[in-house]
Ligand binder design. Structure first.
Ligand code: ATP
Ligand code: MG
Length: 385
């Protein structure tokens, strides 16, 4: 009899031929995440088992596992040798007050009882030994879960702690997140990482119009994302001269449109240099003037890489909820300015056109501005604690 952690994984089942690669990556991500702990790892059909760890570290290990994309749940379980006697003996020692049900899974079909038989008979054993327990199949206070697995072991547990879900980090390739200091972009990065993208980030700042604190805030946000996204390379680009030039030479109502188009061009160059296959933004349709369908079309038209906007259909409330859950909210609401709020026009255009944006850009030497901005780029590598 042994205390173990039973790990459940999600959509890997759907992946057919790729399944092996996905699993290999998931296991390597799990081991990497737990690299500061000592433990044994075992793969059985449909589950992973972690054992031989220091019990005082159990909660810390579980906390780390909840941030691994591709895992859906982790349970503290007892592992016993599979036999009818062992299972019934163990279940007879369980103490329960209130309503319960037994859930049985028989992966090993050589076991002589079906899941349904196991559930019924084990339920009776619990009832016999617990005068204050009663069965409730639909809405039980307690669940007794019994899994008979192929390795001749049976796992018994009561609760499953929810993990991050999604697909293993890195399984979908690598992409560049446009990371501002706001609430939305860290959430957008988290959601795409959850779909398997390993991310790098770029931040544009307008020092001295924006303070060093604004830059530090973004570094903190990127650091907070490493909890889920592992190491993040953050590219920091000065946008000051570009903004001054736009301010001096372009129509103020097109200021934000042109800024966005130049951000996209710089982002695409960073993608090319770092072999990143897509750009990610925190835009949400209709949230502000620069996020109307027409604005998005005009900014999108300067890049050829795909631009992922996972928040496009999200309400602000829902975005806030995720940012609280992943722990970036408190940092995001610190009051430092973003470069987009410097020289902000009173009436930004709501329905810009590509033609007018291109006309405005004739007053700028965009190629040179992009080149200079990239030349002064800083890179910071943020590592998970
Ligand atoms: P956020 O909360 O992410 O700042 P927002 O609602 O404030 O978003 P905007 O400021 O219009 O919206 O920005 C839209 C998107 O453009 C951001 O989600 C982000 O991806 C990108 N972006 C905006 N400003 C910057 C910046 N200074 N550096 C990098 N990306 C930026
Ligand atoms: Mg913003």
């Amino acid at each position: 009899m042994k205390k173990v952690l039973l790990l459940k994984f999600g959509e890997l089942f759907l992946k057919g031929k790729n399944k092996k690669d996905f699993e290999r990556l998931l296991i390597s991500n799990i081991k990497k995440k737990l690299s500061s702990f000592s433990f044994s790892f075992e793969q059985v059909v449909g589950r992973y088992i972690i054992s031989n760890y220091d019990e005082t570290e159990e909660n810390a290990i579980i906390q780390n596992l909840t941030t691994v994309f591709g895992l859906i749940g982790v349970s503290k379980a007892t592992e016993i040798e599979t036999s009818k006697e062992n299972i019934f003996q163990f279940v007879s020692t369980i103490e329960i007050e209130g309503s319960f049900r037994v859930n049985a899974k028989r992966a090993d079909k050589n076991f002589p009882m079906t899941s349904v038989e196991l559930e019924r008979e084990l339920g009776e054993v619990v009832l016999e030994n617990n005068p204050n327990a009663k069965v409730d199949l639909n809405n039980p206070e307690h669940s007794v879960n019994v899994e008979v697995r192929f390795n001749n072991k049976t796992y018994i547990y009561y609760e499953t702690i929810k993990c991050a879900g999604g697909l293993p980090l890195g399984s979908g390739g690598r992409a560049l997140l446009l990371l501002s200091g706001g609430i939305d972009s860290p959430v957008a990065g988290y959601l795409m990482a959850k779909r398997g993208l390993k991310i790098e980030a770029v931040h544009f700042h307008s020092y001295p119009y924006t303070s060093d604190k604004a830059k530090d805030k973004v570094i903190t946000l990127a650091k907070e994302l490493t909890k889920f996204c592992d190491e993040i390379k953050l590219h920091i680009v000065s946008f000051t001269k570009i903004q001054e030039q736009i301010h001096m030479n372009c129509d103020s109502e097109y200021m934000i449109t042109i800024m966005r188009r130049i951000m996209m061009r710089i982002a695409e160059k960073i993608c090319q240099e770092n072999e990143l296959g897509a750009i990610i933004t925190g835009e949400s349709l209709g949230q502000v003037a620069s996020q109307t369908m027409q604005s998005i079309n005009v900014t999108n038209s300067v890049v050829s890489l795909p631009v992922f906007r996972p928040l496009i259909a999200f309400d602000k409330e829902d975005i806030v909820e995720i940012s609280q859950k992943i722990g970036t909210f408190e940092t995001s609401i610190l009051p430092y300015e973003d470069c987009c709020t410097v020289f902000l026009p009173k009436f930004p255009v709501i329905k810009p056109t590509i033609k007018r944006a291109e006309y405005q850009e004739k007053f700028l030497d965009i190629e040179l501005l992009v080149k200079e901005a990239l030349a002064s780029k800083e890179e910071i590598i943020l590592k998970r604690d």
